[in-house]
Design a protein around this ligand. Sequence first.
Ligand code: GCV
Length: 663
Amino acid sequence: MQEWTQLWLSYRPVKAYERADFFAEYTLEGFEAEHPVIRNALRELTLGIGSMLGVKPESAVKKTPAGGLRIRRDTSIGSEGYSLKAEGDGITLAAPDEKGVLYGIFHLLRLVSMKADIASLDVLTEPENPLRMLNHWDNLDGSIERGYSGRSFFFREGKILVNDRIRDYARLIGSIGINGVVINNVNVKGDATDLITDRYFPELQKMAEIFSGYGIRLFLSLNFASPMELGGCGTCDPLDPEVVTWWERRIRTVYKALPSLGGFLVKADSEGRPGPFTYGRNQAQGANMLADVLKPYGGLVIWRCFVYNCTQDWRDRITDRARAGYDNFCSLDGAFRDNVILQIKNGPVDFQIREPVSPLFGGMEHTNQMLEVQIAQEYTGQQIDLCYLMPMFREVLDFHTCCRDEKDTVADIISGRTFGNTNMGIAAVCNTGDDKNWTGNDLAAANLYGFGRLAWDMSLSSAEIAEEWIRQTFDLSPESERMLRDMLLRSREVYEKYTCPLGIGWMVNPLDHYGPSVDGYEYSRWGTYHRSDHLGLGVDRTDKGTGYAQQYRETNAAMYNDPHTCPEELLLFFHRVLYETRLKSGKTLIQHIYDSHFEGASEAKEMAECWEKLRLELDPEVYERVRERFRRQIRNAEEWRDQVNSYFYRKSGIPDEKGRRIY
Ligand code: GCV
C-alpha cells in the first residue's frame, strides 16, 4: 500500500493525448546531464511522461531530433526563469540555469496532466519573488506547533529523518517553484538549539543535498540565546565582543559542514523568545550582528517583525498590539544590513480570517522585506473546515499601500519592483505533516499548491490556481470541476461569516484556537480584545483611539479613520460601533451579526452537500476523509453561530428581526 500520496504530481494516465510525440526524444544543449538538478528534471520527465502518456523520453544527444523536446541554455532569460515554445514537431525549453530547466519541465508536466493543448505553446516566465519560502514549525520531538496533518516528517524523537518522503516533499514543492525551506519551528528550544552543532550536521548535509537537487535552499530557525545555552557565555548581548566572537566561530563551523545553507530565520523578543531588547539593544542591532557574521558565507538573516508585548493588562486601552510591528521597526528603516530581510506577517496582529494589511508594507522603503502568510490553518479552520486562502492572499498582494503613485501594492514591494531591493519575497507557514495525504484535509493541499504558484506569479487569479490544482489532483467531469472550484472560492467567506464579524478577530478558544469562545481572550494578557458591552463592540484605532490607523500612508490612514469610508469588512477592527448603527446594507450591526452567522452555518452545510454530489467521481478514501471533515465543519459552524449570536443577544438585548432561534 502507498504510504503517502503524490498530490498534484500523481501523473494519472492521460488518454488520447495528441502531442505524445513531442516527448519521445529530448536533447540537452549547454547543460550537463549529470548536474543534480538536471538529473532530477530528466528523472521527473521520464516518470511523468511515462506514467501519463506511456512514452519513454529518450536522450537524442548524438542525433539531431526532428522534433521532441529541445532543452537549451539561454542566458537572456532572468534567473530561474524559462521559456517554452512549440516549434515544428517539438518544443524548445530555454533556461538560463538548471533551476529554470527543472521548473520548465514541471510546467510541461502540469500542462500534460491538465490535458492542455501544447501545439501553440509560447510562454516566457520568470519568478516575481526572488525568495519563495516555506516555514515549518516542526519540533525535534516530532510535534508540530499549529500542525493539523499528523507529525513532522523532518524530525522524530530528537533525530532528523532523511528518507524517500523528504525527496517526495522536495519534488512536490520544487514543482511549484519553492526555493527555500526552514525545517524547524521559530520557537527554538531544547534539542533544536543544537541544530547548529555537529550533533546534527551529517543528517542536515544529506537533507540540504536532496533539497538542492530540486532548487531548494535549506534554512534553519535560530535561538538568539545560543551563546548562553550552547556556549556558556554569560550574555547574548549582540554588542558584546565575546558574543560576536562566539557567533563567528560557530557560524564558521556551520558553513564548513553546510556550505549551501541559505541562512537563518529568527524570532527574537517575541512570545518569550530571547532577543536584543533584554540588553537595551534594538532589533537592527540584533539582526545586524548576525548578518555581519553570516556575510562572508552569503548567508541571510530573516528577522521576524512579530514583536509585541504579550503580557498586556486587558484594562489598558492605550497599548494596542496592532501597533507593535510598526512601532518596533519602522523607525529603523534603512538601518539593516543588506543580508537582513524583515519577515512581516500579512496583518498587524496574527493571521486572523480578516485583518488589514500590515502598515510596515509601504512604511519602510530602505529595508528588505518578505511577506509572511500562514497556510497552516491555525485561525482559519485547522484543516477541518474548508478555507481556500488564495482570495485572502490576493487581497493582501493587491493592496495599494499608497507609498508611491504607482507600483505601490504589496506585490510590487515584496518583489522588489517598488524600491529596487533584491533580497525580497514571500514565505508561508506550512500546512504539511506525515499524514498520508500530507495536509490532513485533502482540500487543504490547494493552499500549499496555490501558495507556491502565487509566489512565482502574483498575477494568477484564485480561480485559475484552483482550476489547475483540481485538474491535476482529481479526475472529474467539467461540471464537477466547476462545482469544486466554486466551493473553494467561496470557502473563506463562508468561514468568515460564521466566525468573527467584520474584522474583529479573536473569538476563538484559547490555546488550541479552534472553535468559538467569544470572551476566551477578552480578559487575558495577549492584547486581543473585542471590547463588547451592552451598547456595541469594536476597537477604536482611529486618531481618537489608539492611533493605529495613522500608521498608514495618508490616503489609507484617512480611509480607515472614518467609519463611513472604512471598508465594511474591517469596520470593527478600526472602530467601536453601536449595535443599532446602520451598515451600508441598511441592516443594523446586530442584525448583520445574526444574519451572517445564520448564513455562514447554512452555507457550510451547502458545501458539504456539494462534496457529497462528487462521491461517484472520487477515490472512496479521499471522499470519506473529506466528508468526515465536513461533518466536523458543520458542527463547528453551528457552534460558532449559536455562541456568537447568543452572546450578542444577551449583551444587547436586541432580538433577531427574523425571529430565529437564539439561546
Ligand atoms: C510559532 C502565533 C501562534 C504561535 C506562533 C506565533 C508566531 O502566536 O499561536 O504558535 O509561534 O504565532 O508566529 O511566532
